[in-house]
Design a protein around this ligand. Structure first.
Ligand SMILES: [Fe+2]
Ligand SMILES: [Fe+2]
Length: 206
């Protein structure tokens, strides 16, 4: 990490460190996705993970292109953050029983990974821009866009689970005994004061 040896002395060092870090993270994610694909029971979730595995391979390739531009070897520095996120997800999956709950757990674990990646790519893009390495930005931006799209797809899947209408399933109807009756439209009634005034007027007329 370099925190104790203090080998990060400039923004450029920080940028390179972050790139190595993320290269390691993407490799670890690539290794973890086949297990998530196997555990997912919802076909849409399974297909989503398969798609993201292919995307992750492409993302690694783009990072290698960034290293090439920077004339640096892509050796991934160990990243304890992604190790922790993936370890927690794996442990959670080992404790879950039941397909539906497993899918919910998988979505949450996958979103934790995506959010990590989104913050890291965001920082790298900002640093690359500040350093004038605009040649690296489009490659990093393509990866960021894929992570954001994946995150949005996962959110949509989680929402459809709680709102079956969105998935095209009929919404569960309320049992008759507890169904609320539609309130009848209330027509404006005269207030008691208006009633008294009306009575006074009619007495005067009499
Ligand atoms: Fe990624
Ligand atoms: Fe991702």
């Amino acid at each position: 990490m370099g925190f104790f040896t203090k080998d990060i002395k400039s923004l450029n060092d920080l940028f390179l460190h972050g790139l190595h870090d993320l290269y390691y993270a993407e490799n670890q994610i690539k290794k973890s996705l086949p297990d998530m694909i196997e555990r997912a029971t919802n076909p849409q979730l399974k297909t989503g993970f398969e798609k993201h595995l292919t995307e992750t391979e492409g993302q690694l390739h783009r990072l290698e292109q960034v290293f090439e531009l920077l004339e640096t070897e892509p050796d991934g520095e160990k990243c304890p953050a992604i190790d922790g996120i993936l370890k927690e997800g794996k442990e959670l999956m080992g404790e879950i029983e039941g397909d539906d709950v497993m899918d919910v757990g998988l979505i949450a674990a996958a979103q934790a990974v995506e959010h990590y990646e989104i913050t890291r790519y965001g920082a790298l893009i900002a640093w690359a821009t500040e350093l004038g390495r605009t040649d690296c930005v489009p490659l990093l931006k393509s990866n960021l866009d894929e992570e954001k799209a994946t995150d949005q797809r996962l959110t949509a899947m989680a929402e459809r689970r709680v709102n079956p209408k969105a998935e095209g399933k009929p919404a569960r109807s309320r049992p008759k005994s507890t169904a609320r009756r539609a309130k009848p439209k209330r027509t404006a009634r005269p207030t008691s004061k208006a009633k008294r005034n009306g009575a006074k007027k009619s007495r005067r007329r009499a």
